[in-house]
Design a protein around this ligand. Sequence first.
Ligand code: FAD
Ligand code: FES
Length: 358
Amino acid sequence: MMTPILIMNLILLVIAILLVIAEKLLVTYGECKIIINKEKILTVQGGYSLLNYFAENKIFIPSACGGKATCGYCKVEVLSGAGHILPTEEVFIGPQERSKGVRLACQVKVKNDIEVLISPDLLHAREYKVTVLDIKDLTHDIKQVILKLDRPTSIKFKAGQYVQFKIPETDEFRAYSIASVPSQNDRLELLVRFVPSGLCSTYIHEVLDINDKIVVTGPFGDFYLREELTRDIICIGGGCGMAPIRSILLDLAEKNMPRKVMYFFGARSKKDLFFTEFLLDLQDKYPNFKYIPVLSEPKPQDNWEGETGFVTQAVEKYVLEGPGAEAYLCGPPPMINASVKVLTKKGIKEIHIYYDKF
Ligand SMILES: Cc1cc2nc3c(=O)[nH]c(=O)nc-3n(C[C@H](O)[C@H](O)[C@H](O)COP(=O)(O)OP(=O)(O)OC[C@H]3O[C@@H](n4cnc5c(N)ncnc54)[C@H](O)[C@@H]3O)c2cc1C
Ligand code: FES
């Protein structure tokens, strides 16, 4: 038997659904202007999300969830015209961002003129049509995917940045850090870890094939090598966190490794290590570079004589006290959080610690 409260809730739900349908069918918002960075104006028929209009106009804002407000990547600063922040946005927008008017572009419906600020770097992001040149197994769960750029034929990015991979036949994208060197601008190399039941990583591991044509957008991200600086560099990575750091190392190697670099790579056992030959070669060639792999659960058959424990224990052991270095960290959130704590305890300023967590 339905209780009165249940009946009331059902009626409210039906009214809410009818209101949404009525809004879609009956309300037209007419012509609206989206003013970007006080200079570029998009004139649109209102009613859809900012993200929609950006995509239509080839302005590529990062987004992974197809506009479902679950990834939190599509942030832009809105100066006016967006109305109140929605409950779907609240979890992604911190107090400081809120005071600056940061909003999720997929949740802001354009109903009137609206003024937004988009970082100039994002305005340079483009869509690239690419062909899969090669796919290789690096470990039991990580593949290296090599893409050749077809149109446009070259890309400009900074070592450490990422692109978004469009999952064919869907509106969904996933971010993958670029593992190749910026100077090789006609190709992109990605490292993709298999996530059980993960949409994109399963597609890449099980469906994607050599010669497939796909689409990526980018470059994105403020995790990149600060080339203008001269401090010593500490890199800490785990899993596919190897990708942006490999790009950074290749970039530095092309410049003859002008700064001291220590690279700590955390893995469970030997079967999770990869690019070992490349990293040991770099170490042999450049006295400025030191590679320190750290295994948390080495197996007896690994015959491991290197560092063991958490990667942070090795950081404690090797990194000298003092503010003189900067750090680039990429890997799972617990590893990054613990590393930031150790590095700041060593005296490295938080503003000199850059990271991408995934
Ligand atoms: C800036 C940035 C750079 C990135 N670079 C890389 C990269 O170089 N290589 C790479 O492999 N990935 C990278 N990622 C992660 C990547 O974008 C995807 O999130 C990941 O591949 C999972 O996507 P999916 O579609 O397979 O899984 P989804 O379908 O999105 O998720 C399936 C399930 O797995 C869970 N899940 C999602 N991601 C993870 C995860 N990383 N570990 C464990 N569980 C997860 C979800 O909560 C969900 O329950 C990056 C992410 C960011 C934000
Ligand atoms: S696109 Fe994912 S939150 Fe907006």
